[in-house]
Design a protein around this ligand. Structure first.
Ligand SMILES: NC(=O)c1ccc[n+]([C@@H]2O[C@H](COP(=O)([O-])OP(=O)(O)OC[C@H]3O[C@@H](n4cnc5c(N)ncnc54)[C@H](O)[C@@H]3O)[C@@H](O)[C@H]2O)c1
Length: 260
């Protein structure tokens, strides 16, 4: 986690609302010091955890409950990584070892966290779990590669675990499909600068910011959304519902007129 991470913005807004929490990342990411300095600024503890490793998750949940003094009220799952994209391997040429790692880190990790929560009864009755997704889970997007498949799986896990955990402990599980936002993970994708401009023009409200995402997370963690679960909510300024906007058409027309 660094200052651009969506998780940082969420943690910051949670702090503003008086929440107590711990933050986590892989041992390797923590050694880069940014996660530790985020923890110092947020006044919280950082606990190392590889989200694909069940014994790490057990340790994280146990230590978190010790520190927080009881069962957990909310979890943000803000984890993604694509091995093929990092190595510039195009989708049809995916290496399947990398592909499996991508699915494990970016989607199955949520299943592992929730399974461990159920087995250890780590979540309080009515707790809220939020994960972060992207519109490419359901639409073709050139260059998003295997991450599209990971996000589709992630949203499916949200529905299936939401259905089970809702009945067990009234736990809510939702995904936020967020606008493209400048972060470290996003740097793997090609031509993000142009894509941001495109999304800004196409979305009637423009792109939703990291702070918009954080505010929505706070609302989903709160008791104001006790009846909301198993959903993918589009925090994208209306992008996912738009085929063409006047703002985009104006820029498109101007760009082509300039070329004449
Ligand atoms: N930035 C965007 O445009 C955007 C849009 C929609 C959704 N999202 C999603 O938001 C989430 C957060 O991404 P971000 O953009 O803030 O980037 P980020 O790089 O700041 O966050 C990704 C985090 O995942 C961590 N991570 C990777 N492998 C891990 C593992 N095995 N165990 C534990 N942690 C691990 C990384 O260390 C990093 O802190 C991701 O799920 C991403 O797909 C991002």
């Amino acid at each position: 986690m660094d200052k651009n991470s969506l998780a940082w913005h969420v943690a910051y807004q949670c702090k503003q609302e008086g929440a107590e929490f711990v933050i986590t990342n892989t041992e390797q990411a923590i050694s880069l010091a940014e996660t530790n300095s985020a923890a110092t600024e947020l006044g919280c503890t950082v606990i190392a955890c590889d989200a694909t490793n069940v014994s790490d998750i057990e340790n994280l949940l146990e230590k978190s409950q010790e520190i927080l003094g009881g069962k957990i009220d909310f979890i943000l799952h803000s984890v993604a990584m694509s091995q093929n994209l990092r190595r510039h391997r195009a989708y049809p040429d995916s290496n399947y070892e990398y592909y499996n790692i991508t699915l494990d880190v970016s989607a199955v990790s949520l299943h592992k966290i929730l399974q461990t929560c159920i087995k250890t009864d780590a979540l309080a009755e009515g707790a809220s779990v939020v994960t972060l997704s992207f519109i490419a889970s359901e639409r073709f997007m050139e260059g998003y590669g295997e991450m599209s498949d990971a996000k589709a799986l992630l949203e499916s896990i949200v529905r299936n675990m939401g259905g089970i955990y809702g009945q067990l402990r009234k736990v809510r599980i939702n995904a936020i499909s967020q606008s493209p936002t400048q972060t470290r993970a996003e740097k793997c994708f090609p031509e993000t600068e142009y894509f941001h401009k495109y999304a800004d023009k196409m979305a009637p409200l423009g792109r939703a910011t990291a702070t918009d995402c954080a505010n929505l997370c706070v609302m989903l963690f709160s008791d104001y959304t006790k009846g909301l679960t198993m959903q993918t909510l589009y925090n994208d300024g209306g992008f996912s519902q738009t085929v063409l906007s006047g703002n985009f058409m104006d820029s498109f027309r101007n760009a082509f007129e300039d070329k004449k």
